[in-house]
Write a protein that binds this ligand. Structure first.
Ligand SMILES: *Cc1c(COP(=O)(O)O)cnc(C)c1O
Length: 393
């Protein structure tokens, strides 16, 4: 089927599921096997050489995992895809497979915490130079790229203040310098943004968030050209951070409602952001859907929806943050995002706890900031919940 003419909701249900499954099963069978048996060792050899379709060992490929990979590939409009046990596995495998000593990476200061650790701690160990630019200073990023680099690593929107990077602009600069552009598309999800269409070479996902959507399992993906994905896949085969077929099944089930969930979350987040924006006890609201957000114009250009995560700072001090969070009832106080239920937490004592107050200030993270990842609940209930808790401050 030519999926390019289909919409995302159709893709996530049908991609990878067009052929009949064994026993005529309506749902994807979970192929719980480590190894695959052959009657004929010549056929086994042909599969091993890649001349014939088939599976040999589940660390490398597995039919259940492949159904999920196909859905993500089609949703991201990519030529090729591979999957991983976690989002960090997708990111670290991509970086370590594609970089070699002497290479240079240009990235930004606001990448996901784990990614940032790779840049600051682990890549320098193998003599890869990393330059981290101000996330929204595109001129600085372009200038650093033009000095020569092998890989440009981006993420947009970022955590926790939803900074927006102009993907088309930076990808263009990277192409000119002969560098590969990789972007983390976790916060947007393929429903809201397809970076490959904007000139980016590789997209990584923590599928743990929106793609699975239920906060009950971890997974990661890499999408892009056959050539680049194959490079990383070869590394993953021996690195071993493969996705388990049972986990893949859970994500297959979750991803079928991706469009429904994300559209709802876009709508909920916009309503919550507007409510908070007009509330006297709220200092600032960070949501790219608001036209007061500095990244609003670029986000409107490159995204179809603004996502389910927003953050806001309170007037007052950290005690106000505690009062608010402890009095919300429709929220789990927890890390992560993109779940069907609303999750919230203060970056000061969670994701950005290891930074000093000064470092947080430099990243534009107010001490009274609350990150709020909306679920698929009813928006009126979420707003009512916030309203009663704000009254108690
Ligand atoms: C959660 C997250 C990751 C890491 O994913 P895991 O599945 O937890 O390993 C990477 N990037 C972003 C933007 C994330 O939110």
């Amino acid at each position: 089927m030519d999926f390019s003419k289909r919409k995302a909701g159709t893709k996530s249900v049908w991609a990878g599921e067009l052929e009949r499954f064994p026993y005529g099963s309506h749902t994807v069978p979970i192929t719980n096997t480590v190894t695959f048996a052959y009657d004929d060792i010549d056929e086994w050899y042909e599969v091993a050489k890649g001349n014939q379709k088939g599976d040999i060992y589940s660390r490398n490929t597995n039919p259940t995992v492949q159904v999920l990979e196909e859905k993500v590939r089609i949703l991201e409009k990519a030529e090729a895809v591979t999957s991983f046990s976690t989002g960090m596995a997708a990111i670290s495998n991509t970086l370590f497979a594609l970089l070699k000593p002497g290479d240079r990476v240009v990235s930004v200061k606001d990448t996901y915490g784990g990614t940032s650790r790779i840049f600051l701690e682990y890549l320098p160990k193998i003599n890869v130079e990393v330059t981290l630019c101000e996330t929204t200073d595109f001129e600085q990023i372009e200038e650093e790229i033009s000095k020569g680099c092998n890989l440009v690593y981006l993420e947009t929107p970022t955590n926790p203040t939803l900074k927006i990077i102009d993907l088309e602009r930076i990808a263009k600069a990277a192409k000119k310098a002969g560098a590969i552009t990789v972007t983390d598309n976790t916060f947007a999800s393929p429903i809201n943004q397809n970076p490959l269409e904007l000139g980016v070479d590789l997209v990584v996902h923590s599928g743990t968030k929106y793609l699975n959507g239920h906060s009950d399992t971890l997974c990661g993906f890499l999408c892009g050209s056959k050539e680049l994905v194959k490079e990383v896949f070869k590394y993953r085969e021996i690195n071993g951070a493969s996705l388990h077929p049972e986990t893949a099944y859970m994500v297959i089930r979750g991803i079928k409602t991706l469009e429904l969930r994300v559209e709802r979350q876009n709508e909920n987040a916009m309503a919550v952001a507007r409510f908070l924006k007009s509330h006297p006890k709220v200092n600032d609201v960070f949501y790219p859907g608001l036209d007061s957000h500095p990244g609003h114009d670029i986000a409107s250009k490159q995204m179809r929806g603004f996502g389910g995560v927003l953050s806001f700072s309170l007037k007052g001090d950290y005690e106000s943050v505690k009062t608010l969070l402890h009095n919300l009832s429709l929220v789990h106080l927890a890390a992560s995002l993109g779940s069907v239920s609303t999750l919230a937490g203060p970056p000061r004592t969670t994701s950005h706890v290891e930074l000093t107050e000064e470092q947080r200030k430099q990243l534009g993270i107010p001490e009274t900031l609350i990150r709020y990842s909306v679920g698929i609940e009813n928006k009126e209930d979420l707003i009512e919940d916030l309203e009663q808790a704000l009254k108690l401050i």
